[in-house]
Design a protein around this ligand. Structure first.
Ligand SMILES: O=c1[nH]cnc2c1ncn2[C@@H]1O[C@H](CO)[C@@H](O)[C@H]1O
Ligand SMILES: [Zn+2]
Length: 368
């Protein structure tokens, strides 16, 4: 099986070359990817006190505070991003800058998620939040096209797993399904908040033929993944890194999969893996030891993602560069990850197919 997984590592694979290849991003949080300078400016406008007063200091603060080994402490840093995302102009600016930054990094298709319920402190309705994000995404896509780096950006609406708004947010996803929203997610602290708390929302979405992903198997193990798939019916797993607990490697190198791991691989369930974020929250010890290497060898439907570019001080180029330098991923395997991601996107099949054949394949071929 492993012999068919591409792994050739050309010696001349540089960071710049990785930046230029077409990339696909399925797991990126809007409120985890703000430019530090934008936070400084927006916080000054509203008088929100920040833990550092210049952009460089703030970037350092986010990266250091998020590097705690705990998901709960990692999530505390979001109070400073969400605080500056409470008005239409601020949200639209942040959404536009997000798309410009992804396009400049070589991302050709992105699904960006956020929780509308966190942006209603100053009276915005969740619907107005989605409209503000969509306006920013459209501006960002237009600017990227003009800059010669076209990108297709779609929204995923997240409900917070410790709250009780998932049904309402799911209805919002249905109402925006033809206007830029392509799916749904739940996020937040995992331990103590199993996905089945939101079963009503998931059952509703299935009846409405809407795709959804669930953060599962990050801070909590196999039971969380099992519930997300077998009770809730998730199309993809956010992280899913703990599926490795169901993979046994014997002393002779023989690999044995448990029933859940086999199910995930058999059904080609996409794993939205986020290596740098996992190291920060303690879900993986280091990039070199991250399960993504073994799971790719075993041909799980693996994808690579940023999660939170600000907190993890990362980008798609950086994540792929780390996979290259720490785990020996070459161009063939990076293309495989990218095609996996495009196949797993929630946008319609014709769009996925067109991006694979017209953008991704020719983009990689041109760099070989
Ligand atoms: O890796 C993660 N695991 C769980 N929740 C997360 C992660 N990254 C961000 N958020 C949560 O998702 C919300 C909506 O974007 C963020 O506000 C943050 O609380
Ligand atoms: Zn996430």
């Amino acid at each position: 099986m492993a012999e068919t997984t591409p792994s050739a590592a050309p010696a001349d694979l540089s960071r710049e070359l990785i930046r230029r290849v077409p990339k696909v991003l399925l797991h990126d949080h809007l409120d985890g990817g703000l430019r530090p300078q934008t936070i400084v400016e927006l916080a000054a406008e509203i008088g929100h006190p920040l833990p550092a007063d210049d952009a460089a200091g703030l970037a350092d603060w986010f990266a250091a505070s998020a590097d705690s080994g705990s998901l709960v402490r990692y999530l505390e840093t979001f109070s400073h991003t969400v605080a500056v995302m409470q008005t239409v102009p601020a949200i639209t600016r942040i959404a536009r800058e997000c798309i410009e930054d992804l396009a400049a990094d070589g991302v050709v298709y992105a699904e960006v998620r956020y929780a509308p319920e966190l942006m209603t402190d100053q009276g915005l309705t969740p619907d107005a939040v989605v409209a503000a994000v969509q306006a920013g995404f459209e501006e960002g896509m237009a600017l990227a096209r003009e800059a010669g780096t076209p990108i297709v950006a779609r929204q995923l609406l997240t409900a917070m797993r410790h709250q009780a708004m998932s049904r309402e947010i799911a209805e919002l996803a249905v109402s925006w399904r033809d206007r830029g929203v392509t799916g749904f997610d739940i996020a937040g602290a995992e331990a103590g908040f199993p996905p089945t708390r939101h079963l009503d929302a998931f059952e509703y979405l299935r009846r409405e033929n809407v795709h959804f992903t669930i953060h599962a198997g990050e801070a909590f193990g196999l039971p969380s993944i099992w519930e997300a798939l077998q009770w809730c019916g998730a199309d993809r797993l956010g992280h899913g890194v703990r599926i490795i607990d169901d993979v046994e490697v014997g002393p002779d190198g023989q690999v044995r999969l448990g029933r859940l791991a086999n199910y995930v691989r058999d059904k080609r369930i996409p794993l939205e893996m986020c290596p740098s974020s996992n190291v920060q929250t303690g879900a993986a010890a280091s990039i070199a030891e991250h399960p993504i290497g073994l799971l790719a060898d075993l041909r799980f439907r693996v994808t690579v993602n940023t999660d939170n570019r600000l907190m993890s001080r990362t980008s798609m180029t950086q994540e792929m560069w780390l996979l290259h330098t720490e785990l020996g991923f070459g161009l063939d395997r990076l293309e495989w990850l990218t095609t996996n991601a495009m196949k797993s996107a929630f946008t319609h099949y014709d769009k996925r197919y067109a991006l694979i054949t017209e953008v991704i394949k020719p983009g990689y071929a041109a760099l070989r």
